[in-house]
Ligand binder design. Structure first.
Ligand SMILES: [Zn+2]
Length: 464
């Protein structure tokens, strides 16, 4: 009896071990199988480390941006479309880690836990991904940048759909530059970075929107104050220079004329803590909003903890250590247009299987509120006044634009970055735009024409 009891103990122990092992295998399968099949050694999907198979990537109108043909992965035939959508779609070698090809690899290859890659191999295609971007609009943005480095982004501030996100420099997938060229040729600097979602820039005067928001929320008599500008403001430790001599100037005029003296004084009235707090309310130093099936953009960064008096003056006009990301900043102007909160920006609108069954459809989701409806409405009025008073409605025919330019000094003997951020207040055209041209010179002279050209093209999408 004792021998049998001993034997069954052993047997149970062995069965237990077996089950335990099975659990580990199952767990590893579920957590890693997608990675194993997506490895570059899988000959069905990759050839010499390059993705060769996968579903289609389409623009909002169904224009194919990347697809499979004769066992090879191809991109759109139009060069401007290829160049302008490269960072959104991503290359096949995986250098552009933020692109659809990298982020949605398993979706495109059609990997499933039940069939593995059976369907992909059997049918030769995985899932199709339809994007919110317009290929034609991206191409327009790319042409408008005209060889200059920078970003053009347009999104719908009611839904979060991104219609255009073009980052330059780019390269043509049909004529890929060698590693050597990328390293040595300055025109390829940061070519694998999608500057729309990953770029970090000195904001310059577009930051005055943040300072203005802080003033509206914290300085009760801000609208009845007047500021003196004789071309420079002595802040005690040094001087903040203005772009002109504005004389006696009101709060609203200070924004439309982008008076540095007035905004340095406003920053001084606010103090480090209040300006920092307001910026954080407006989404600075927060990266929780990004990711998932929404865009994975980097955050805006501000740190005034060590700012001295003069630093604070410069910070108020966007010339301290503060950095902003074009996509994230676009959500800030979008929130102003949308009554205080912005929808999360996204580029993937739906995913369908090769047999046409919809497996994912994107939904609009609001980010945390940046500001009260009242503050949003006041800022909107001021941004509208900027266009009416200084940039001119003739710069944006039929758009009813609201916005702010920036000419961000970047130090050394380099030209400043040219910025424009803004939106159309037309109910039937709920679009916001961000333009930055690196070392492009003045914002009004260089970024405004690009913003207008792209917005005019975007308007066509809303006219049908
Ligand atoms: Zn001034």
């Amino acid at each position: 009896m004792r021998a049998i009891a001993n034997r069954s103990k052993w047997l149970f122990a062995l069965i237990g071990l077996f089950l335990f092992g099975l659990c580990i295998l199952g767990y590893r399968f579920f957590t890693n199988a997608e990675g194993w099949t997506g490895m570059k050694y899988n000959k069905h999907l990759f050839e010499s480390g390059t993705l060769v198979s996968g579903g289609k990537i389409l623009d909002r109108e169904g224009v194919p941006l990347a697809y499979n043909e004769d066992g090879a992965r191809r991109f759109n035939d139009d060069r401007a479309i290829r160049m302008s959508t490269l960072h959104t779609i991503g290359d096949l070698e995986g250098y552009i880690s933020t692109g659809i090809h990298a982020r949605y690899k398993s979706v495109l290859t059609g990997y499933s836990y039940i069939d593995g890659l059976y369907n992909t191999v059997a049918n030769g295609s995985g899932n199709d991904i339809t994007l919110t971007i317009s290929a034609e609009l991206c191409a327009t943005a790319y042409r408008a940048l005209d060889g200059r480095k920078g970003v053009v982004g347009v999104y719908n501030y009611r839904t979060g759909e991104v219609l255009c996100c073009t980052s330059a420099p780019s390269f043509d997938t049909r004529n890929r530059p060698s590693e050597q060229e990328v390293k040595e040729n300055d025109s390829y600097e940061g070519v694998y970075i999608d500057r729309f979602v990953s770029g970090e820039y000195v904001p310059g005067s577009i930051f005055k929107i943040v300072t203005a928001a802080a003033a509206i929320d914290n300085i009760p008599d801000i609208y009845s104050q007047t500021f003196e500008c004789d071309g420079e403001y002595n802040i005690g430790e040094g001087i903040v220079k203005c772009n002109g001599v504005h004389g006696k100037i009101s709060f609203e005029k200070a924004l439309s004329h982008s008076c540095n003296c007035a905004f340095a004084q406003i920053a001084e009235q606010l103090g480090n803590q209040k300006l920092q707090e307001e910026a954080e309310k407006l989404g600075f130093n927060d990266s929780s909003a990004a990711g998932g099936n929404y865009l994975n953009f980097t955050g805006n960064k501000i740190d005034l903890s060590k700012a001295k008096k003069l630093d604070l003056g410069w910070a108020g006009i966007g010339q301290y250590t503060t950095k902003v990301n074009p996509c994230r900043y676009l959500t800030l102007v979008g929130a102003i247009a949308n009554g205080g909160a912005s929808p999360k920006p996204y580029v993937v609108s739906k995913i369908t299987t090769s047999s046409g069954i919809k497996v994912f459809s994107q939904k609009t989701k609001l980010m945390d509120e940046y500001m009260s409806g009242e503050t949003a409405s006041k800022l909107k009025k001021m941004l509208r006044f900027d266009v009416e008073d200084v940039y001119g409605d003739w710069s944006f025919p039929n758009l009813e634009m609201c916005g702010k330019t920036g000419t961000a000094e970047v130090g050394g003997d380099k030209r400043p970055h040219a910025w424009f951020v803004g939106f159309s207040q037309r109910e039937d055209l709920p679009l916001a735009v961000v333009v930055i041209i690196e070392n492009g010179g003045s914002g009004s002279g260089n970024a405004i024409p690009v913003a207008n050209r792209v917005m005019q093209e975007a308007k066509k999408l809303y006219e049908n």
